[in-house]
Design a protein around this ligand. Structure first.
Ligand code: NAD
Length: 429
């Protein structure tokens, strides 16, 4: 008879172990040390408060049934309801959602939104599912999340491979469950359902507003700047288009199929039209083809990673040839990559500042849905720009005052704010 397996102690935080969670906690620990955060606050803010893992069946078009795994993680409940996107990717995991939920907390705190962070996702390759399958998957996932979500509890939004269409299904499913229409259950809805006209382009536009403000701070301007953009999805394509419209030279772009380079500047409108028509950059006749990895190392002023996490790391950070990185993606730089950029004097506008435009406009959408009182898109963009610039000013001031890099300065502002709220609420009972 075989011996019973010996129980193994689970290390604190072991539930969320993943490369991205390590990056998020490394950043938090570094900030806690700078702030000399007391142990009570450190422990309360380090690990997510609530996590849900669900396995659920979906009827496929061929009548077979497939089981999918989904996640939702809420990092802190201290600041108000939680807020964060839902992604459909083959690699999403509990640890990845935990890291992204944590960053959402810091992002919301930095721009002054009354939310804690959350994130969720379903492990799947959305490109392999039909529209009908995606609808059934989304509706079932929304139902599985009912114990955790609610317009005053946790408000989902789009993220990688989800958009207005999925948010409409999500909102409809939730509304069916409670027997009345609840537009404030998600943000990023189609405008016909009270979605913000400004939301789809908000994250990319926010990246552009922050880039303009940082350049002003550095005494430089967008006109003539050489920019490389990795990722041409919801975020990257807006960044490429808007910076090109403002006179920047887009010298490199990439999507999942690979990159295109042109030191003289790519014809961005043509490239984006090709990508929209063909669903990929592959075969685009403009520029010289390159791999996505080669594209990151192109000679440029500003590199905008707007695709995946972990793209700038120990093996390529020494080869980057830019002077500024603007992190449009969440977690695009590993801990080791970040240390090398700091050592090389390459400035980094961290994700929690650079891509906050999306959650800001999501907040506006939520407020309007609750009040049943719509604003116009121009008003939203104007207010978003002002919040983004205000957040950047706080970060630059803190960095200067305490001699910190911009990431640590941004984290210091946010963590101090959330820690103060946790301390004031004390511990129940
Ligand atoms: P998306 O799914 O719309 O687009 C992702 C893009 O990245 C696609 O063009 C895809 O082809 C490309 N890509 C994938 N793998 C790649 C690779 N190996 N090399 C180069 N390109 C690759 O996603 P999105 O909504 O644009 O999100 C991009 C990033 O921005 C993510 O990190 C996301 O978390 C972050 N973000 C998005 C929002 C938002 O409002 N959508 C808000 C905040 C942060």
């Amino acid at each position: 008879m075989s011996a019973a397996a010996a129980p193994v102690a689970v290390r604190a935080g072991g539930e969320w172990e993943s490369p991205l969670y390590r990056v998020a906690t490394d950043q938090f620990e570094r900030t806690a040390a700078v702030l000399e955060l007391d142990e009570e606050a450190r422990v309360r803010l380090l690990e997510p408060r609530r996590s849900l893992v669900v396995n659920f069946p979906v009827r496929m078009d061929d009548r077979s049934v497939r089981s999918f795994t989904g996640y939702r993680v809420q990092h802190t409940l201290t600041m108000g309801p939680t807020k964060g996107g839902i992604r459909y990717t083959p690699t999403v995991s509990l640890g990845e959602c935990a890291a992204l939920a944590m960053w959402m907390t810091w992002k919301c705190a930095l721009v002054g939104l009354p939310f804690g962070g959350a994130k969720g996702g379903v492990r799947c390759d959305a490109s392999e599912l039909s529209v009908d399958e995606l609808e059934r998957l989304t509706r079932r996932f929304a139902t599985e999340l009912l114990p955790l979500i609610g317009p005053d509890r946790d408000i989902p939004a789009p993220d990688m491979s989800t958009g207005e269409r999925e948010m409409a299904w999500f909102m409809d499913t939730y509304s069916q469950q409670v027997s009345h229409t609840v537009p404030q259950i998600v943000t990023g809805k189609p405008p016909a359902l009270g979605g913000s006209e400004a939301r789809a382009s908000a994250t990319g536009l926010g990246v552009v507003y922050v880039t303009e403000a940082v350049l002003e701070h550095l005494g430089r301007e967008v006109e003539g700047l050489a920019v490389a953009v990795q990722g041409l999805g919801n975020v990257g394509r807006v960044v490429a288009r808007e910076l090109a419209d403002r006179g920047a030279r887009i010298v490199a772009v990439a999507d999942a199929s690979g990159g295109l380079l042109d030191p003289g500047g790519l014809p961005v409108a043509d490239v984006l039209r090709w990508a929209a028509t063909h669903g990929t950059l592959a075969g685009c006749p403009d520029g010289a083809p390159a791999t996505s990895a080669e594209m990151l190392e192109v000679d440029c002023d500003v590199l905008v990673p707007a695709a995946l996490e972990g793209q700038i790391h120990a093996d390529n950070a020494r080869s980057l040839r830019c002077s500024l990185v603007v992190e449009a993606a969440n977690g695009p730089t590993t801990t080791e990559g970040d240390a090398i950029l700091r050592e090389r004097g390459i400035s980094v506008v961290p994700d929690i500042v650079a891509n906050a435009g999306g959650v800001i406009v999501s907040y506006f959408e939520w407020v309007q849905a609750i009040q049943r009182y719509p604003w116009d898109a121009e008003q939203e963009r104007h207010r978003m720009r002002s919040l983004m610039r205000g957040a950047l000013t706080k970060v630059l001031r803190r960095a200067e005052q305490d001699g910190l890099d911009w990431r640590t300065a941004a984290m210091a502002v946010s963590v101090a704010h959330v820690a103060a709220a946790a301390r004031a609420r004390a511990v129940y009972p």
